[in-house]
Design a protein around this ligand. Structure first.
Ligand code: AMP
Ligand code: MG
Length: 403
């Protein structure tokens, strides 16, 4: 059985690269940048005021205050600037306005008494006070956003700041989701005793979309070899990645592996030493990838978070496709069997300077309510047989995993 890290590396190594396309800034959030965005000129592009007040020359405040100066002209955001220098005068200025070339500081209006066209200053000013200097944020020619960034709203705003109206991003991988199982029916429909509402594809679709994919959900697939072969064949003709759930284990009615082998999909692995989610298949046919996830709802989402989402992100050239771990302390002791890396659903609580992760009751692979209630997955190393309260552990935030 393959260990977790090796399996993750194999997924990344197998990921084919998507081409690129242009999108307007409004569509760019969540996409992966396929170019370096350069800064064509200094940001900000001029020395400006960050306060409503008065533009002054710090050197004019000699001796003891208060000081009084005539007010000559006004500089407002987007407006003309009183650039002509008249010694011992100040100018009215507002937030976002250009600083007159002769001025070197701004005094906020709360510290100025205005009487007609004269302004009285109780305190002096230091050079640079409340001035946003040209190039403070970014220098001309700098890389504003590097290729491979997964664009957050701040990146989109930064792209706008450097005057970009569109960005080159990776194309979205097309994903088809297949749910297998004779017992499945669509949520909200009737079915015989023993049938269950199919819940995996809606959850996985949301996760795959968050990882940047276009998602289609195929009709439910019966536990029948021919039906499974046909479903995969149809899905592969329409997708960059086919993700199935269920039927990937070794039960008599698990048809996924034999169906994949029968239609010429080369399997890279089909079991990973992790819990939940031991049966997990990765395969390839041409440039198309198949990921076979286990059917238990928690296993399906956890394996998708650690294998499916990283695969989709790597296909888009994401510079950091893997979820990141944070450190916490185990909230209680537990003993366990060695062998598989375990992801325990846990609640997180702040405890002084660190976080405590406490595993929730009912860690069954089907207990989706426990997953919905949890804050994080706590990683217990494969070889660990005894975890003590207070031990350091890796935790993955469900929010970041997109679960
Ligand atoms: P399997 O991986 O097919 O052996 O399924 C494992 C468990 O997950 C069984 O209890 C199935 O009924 C359940 N299951 C499989 N697929 C789904 C699904 N799409 N939605 C909800 N439960 C499922
Ligand atoms: Mg099944």
């Amino acid at each position: 059985m393959l260990n977790f890290r090796d399996a993750q590396q194999r997924v990344l190594a197998l990921a084919p690269r998507m081409g690129a396309e242009r999108v307007g800034l409004e569509e760019a959030g969540g996409r992966v940048l396929a170019e370096d965005v350069l800064c064509p000129s200094d940001v900000p592009s001029f020395d400006g005021s960050v306060m409503d007040g008065y533009a002054v020359r710090a050197g004019d405040f000699v001796g003891e205050g208060p000081w009084e100066f005539p007010v000559r002209g006004e500089s407002r955001a987007g407006g003309d600037v009183p650039d002509q220098f008249v010694p011992k005068t100040v100018a009215r200025i507002f937030t976002g306005a250009r600083l007159p070339t002769w001025a070197d500081a701004v005094v906020m209006q709360e510290h100025v008494e205005r009487a007609g066209d004269r302004a009285r200053f109780e305190r002096g000013a230091k050079e640079g006070t409340f001035v946003r200097k040209r190039g403070d944020d970014l220098r001309s020619g700098a890389v504003a956003i590097a290729r491979g960034a997964r664009l957050r709203p701040a990146h989109v705003a930064l792209a706008g700041t450097v005057d970009r109206a569109w960005l080159t991003v990776a194309r979205r991988p097309r994903v088809v989701l297949l749910a297998t199982g004779d017992e499945l029916r669509s949520p909200g429909t009737q079915g015989p005793l023993g049938s269950i509402a199919e819940s995996n594809t809606v959850g996985l679709a949301a996760m795959a979309r968050r990882a940047g994919a276009h998602v289609a959900i195929a009709p439910l697939v019966a536990d029948d070899l021919n039906a499974t072969k046909e479903a995969f064949e149809a899905a592969l003709s329409n997708a960059d990645v086919v993700i199935s759930v269920g039927g990937v284990s070794v039960g008599d009615h698990d048809r996924v592996r034999p169906a994949l082998e029968a239609i010429g999909v080369t399997l890279d692995f089909y079991r990973v030493a992790m819990k939940p989610g031991k049966p997990l298949a990765l395969g390839k046919r041409g440039e198309r990838i198949v990921l076979g996830l286990p059917g238990n709802p928690v296993s399906a989402m956890v394996t998708f978070a650690f294998f499916g989402a990283p695969l989709l992100r790597a296909m888009q050239g994401d510079a950091a496709p893997l979820p990141r771990a944070w450190r916490a302390r185990a909230g209680r002791s537990m003993t366990r069997e060695a062998g598989r890396l375990e992801f325990a659903r846990a609640s997180l609580a702040r405890d002084g300077a660190s976080w405590t992760a406490t595993p929730l009751d009912n860690q069954a692979s089907g207990a989706i309510a426990t997953l919905a209630r949890a804050d994080a997955l706590m990683a217990i190393p494969a070889e660990c047989t005894e975890l003590r309260a207070g031990d350091d552990v890796d935790v993955y935030l469900l929010e970041e995993l997109g679960i």
